[in-house]
Design a protein around this ligand. Sequence first.
Ligand SMILES: [Zn+2]
Length: 231
Amino acid sequence: MLALTGACQFEVRPRPPAEARAAAQATPAATRSPATQQIPRGTFNETEFQEDLQTAETATDDFWRRHWTELFTGSYTAPRVVGLYDGRDPSSAPRCGKERLTRDNAAYCPSGDYVAWDAHLMRSGYARGDAWVYLVIAHEWGHAVQARLQRGLVSPAAELQADCLAGAVLYGSADDGTLQFEDGDEQELVDAFKVIGDKAPWTKPGDHGSAVQRLRSFSRGGENGVKACFT
Ligand SMILES: [Zn+2]
């Protein structure tokens, strides 16, 4: 993500179990997250990165599993999660049809029905804040959802619709209590769209709209839910 600036500090963290929450509330704020506070900004924590990837995948999958029958006919099936790949080593990148996935990209592959993300894209975004991986994963999962729907339901502006679905999933998961937003998260997501704009390599060039359009679409899904992404 060469277009990223260093301005983003994202915190979209899973909601801790009730016991942990109660304990946290009884603890002064200054000592609440010692592990986080000891890590200087910009330092990469591989363990937390892997945990956030797993949490984002699980929360997104759970959201669709929980809400599918309210929204659509049929039953939900998850795409396969290929997950991290090394786009700088073309011989090891996953195949999608006749092509291999490319560096600094993330994708839903229709023919293989899988989602995957380049490790460098994810690590470089994550170094600026963990919301990045939630946004990318919820967006790519949105493409898997699009592929499960009748053609007529899918917006021609598929990238904007995937952004809308990502907003619906992240805010919907917060409403459901499976993800917890913390102070500043919303501004940080706004900043994420400012920096990815229409230059993000993980979206198809040309058809995904400007930063303003993308944020508007994400917010529409966040405020009004999945159905708003199909009107
Ligand atoms: Zn996309």
